[in-house]
Ligand binder design. Structure first.
Ligand code: HOZ
Length: 432
C-alpha cells in the first residue's frame, strides 16, 4: 500500500464519530482490507491524498465527475451562483434551463422534478408509478441498486453486495413484500412474474446497464422485451439512469439501446458533482405530481442553485460533439489493454465499457447476471486492487462497483494505468 500514515490517523479519529469513519459504506475499504486514502484535493483525472500520494482516479466521486475534478468552468459557475446566495427554497430561472438541457439530451423526460439524491429520485418515481397505475407491487432485479429506501433493499447491489448484507435490519418485511425480484437479463423470469402478478405490478425498475454488481450490459432484446411486457400488462417501465445518464451516451442507455422508458431517474452527472437528481417522464404522468396533481413529493434543497449551476455547466460541455467518442476510445483502450494483460498472465478475466462506464471481472465471462458477478474471484480482485493502489491507480474498492472515466483522462493516463495493471495482474495470478 502507499504510505498512508496521516490517512490512518484520520480514519481512527473519524471512526469515533462516524460509522466506519465514513459517510457511505463502500468508502471504508472494508472488502479490500485497506485504509481508504483521505482525500485532500482533486484536479482533472487526478486525486491527491493527505499523505501526498497522487492517484489516477477511476471512481470520479462514483460517477458524477465526467469532466474530471475541479473543472474550471464548473467551479466558476458554482462560485458565481454562490455569490448570489446558496439556497432560496424558491424558483430560479436556471432550474428551467437545466430541465430544458435534460429534455434536449433525454427526450423521454418531457417533464421532471429535481431532488437531491438518486435514492430520493427513485423512491419518488416509484410513488408516481404506483399513483398513476393504482397498483402496489414493483419488480426489480437481483444485484441492481437503486438507493437505500426500504422497499429497494432486496437483492440489492453496491455496498449491500460488497458487505454481503442479505437484507437490512430496520427494513420491515411489510416494506419489501411488495417488491418482486427477478434475475437481471432473464426475460423468461420477468414473463413468469407478470403471469403471477401482472395486474398488480406498477412498474418494472432497473438500471438498464447494471452498475452496482460490477458493470453488466443488457443482453440483446432484454430491454425491448421488458418494454413489450410492460405494455402488455399496463405496467410502467422505469429506467434508473442515475449512473448511466449522460455517462454511456448523451441520452443515456435509453438512447444507446433505443428503448423508451415511461419514467427515468437521473443523478450523479446531472448535478455536476453537487447533490442533484431528477425524476421525470411522460408529461401527463408528471402532471400527477403535486402541486399539479395529487402525488406528493417535496424537498427544501431541491433545485439547489449551486447544484443547478454545476449541472447546467456540465451538461453544456457534454453537448460538444465528439465527447462520447472520446470517452469510448478511452474505455476501449483501458478494457482491451486489461484483457490482453490478463490473457498474458493466464488470469480468467473479462472487461467491457459503455461510453465512460467500465466494468471488469475476475471471471472468464460472459457475466450477465448477479449470480455470475458473485463468481468473480474475490481474492484476485483484492490483490489486483491493492497492487493498483500501490502504484497510484485509484479503482472502486469493491468488485461490485463500476469504474468511471472522465474527459480529463488522457490516453497517456490509461497507458500508465495499464503499465501498473501488468504488475498487479501478475500478483493477482498468484492467488489460488
Ligand atoms: N452506492 C454508491 C456507489 N454505487 C457509493 C456511493 C459513495 O460511497 O459515495
Amino acid at each position: 500500500m502507499p504510505k498512508l500514515t496521516e490517512s490512518k490517523r484520520l480514519l481512527r479519529q473519524a471512526k469515533k464519530r462516524l460509522p466506519g469513519g465514513v459517510n457511505s459504506p463502500v468508502r471504508a475499504y472494508g472488502s479490500v482490507d485497506g485504509t481508504p486514502p483521505f482525500v485532500e484535493r482533486g484536479k482533472g483525472a487526478f486525486l491527491y491524498d493527505v499523505d501526498g500520494n497522487e492517484y489516477i482516479d477511476y471512481v470520479g466521486s462514483w460517477g458524477p465527475l465526467i469532466l474530471g475534478h475541479a473543472n474550471p468552468a464548473v467551479l466558476r459557475a458554482v462560485r458565481e451562483a454562490m455569490a448570489k446566495g446558496t439556497s432560496f427554497g424558491a424558483p430560479t430561472e436556471r432550474e428551467t434551463l437545466l430541465a430544458e438541457a435534460v429534455t434536449r439530451a433525454v427526450p423521454s423526460l418531457e417533464k421532471m422534478r429535481m431532488v437531491s439524491s438518486g435514492t430520493e429520485a427513485v423512491m419518488s418515481a416509484i410513488r408516481l408509478a404506483r399513483g398513476v397505475t393504482g397498483r402496489d407491487r414493483i419488480l426489480k432485479f437481483d444485484g441492481c441498486y437503486h438507493g437505500h429506501s426500504d422497499g429497494l433493499l432486496v437483492g440489492a447491489g453496491s455496498g449491500v453486495a460488497t458487505l454481503g448484507i442479505p437484507g437490512s435490519p430496520g427494513v420491515p418485511e411489510a416494506m419489501t413484500e411488495l417488491t418482486v425480484l427477478a434475475p437481471f437479463n432473464d426475460l423468461d423470469a420477468v414473463q413468469q412474474a407478470f403471469e403471477r402478478w401482472g395486474d398488480e405490478l406498477a412498474c418494472v425498475l432497473l438500471e438498464p446497464i447494471a452498475g452496482n454488481m460490477g458493470s453488466i450490459p443488457p443482453v440483446d432484446g432484454f430491454l425491448a422485451g421488458l418494454r413489450e411486457l410492460c405494455d402488455a400488462h399496463g405496467a410502467l417501465l422505469l429506467f434508473d439512469e442515475v449512473m448511466t445518464g449522460f455517462r454511456v451516451a448523451h441520452g443515456g442507455a435509453q438512447q444507446l439501446y433505443d428503448v423508451k422508458p415511461d419514467l427515468t431517474t437521473l443523478g450523479k452527472v446531472v448535478g455536476g458533482g453537487l447533490p442533484a437528481a431528477v425524476y421525470g417522464g411522460r408529461r401527463d404522468w408528471m402532471e400527477r405530481i403535486a402541486p399539479e396533481g395529487d402525488v406528493y413529493q417535496a424537498g427544501t434543497l431541491s433545485g439547489n442553485p449551486l447544484a443547478v449551476a454545476a449541472g447546467l455547466e456540465t451538461l453544456g460541455q457534454l453537448e460538444e460533439p465528439g465527447v462520447y467518442d472520446k470517452l469510448s476510445a478511452l474505455g476501449q483502450q483501458l478494457t482491451s489493454g486489461l484483457v490482453e494483460i490478463a490473457k498474458d498472465e493466464g488470469v480468467p478475466f473479462t472487461a467491457g465499457y459503455r461510453g465512460g462506464m467500465v466494468g471488469f471481472f475476475f471471471h472468464p465471462g460472459p457475466v450477465t447476471s448477479y449470480a455470475d458477478s458473485q463468481q468473480s474471484h474475490d481474492a484476485r480482485f483484492r490483490r489486483f486492487f491493492s497492487a493498483m493502489l500501490d502504484q497510484g491507480i485509484y479503482l472502486p474498492p469493491s468488485r461490485f462497483e463500476a469504474a468511471f472515466l472522465s474527459l480529463a483522462h488522457k490516453p497517456r493516463d490509461v497507458a500508465r494505468t495499464l503499465d501498473a495493471a501488468r504488475v498487479a495482474m501478475r500478483k493477482a495470478s498468484r492467488v489460488d
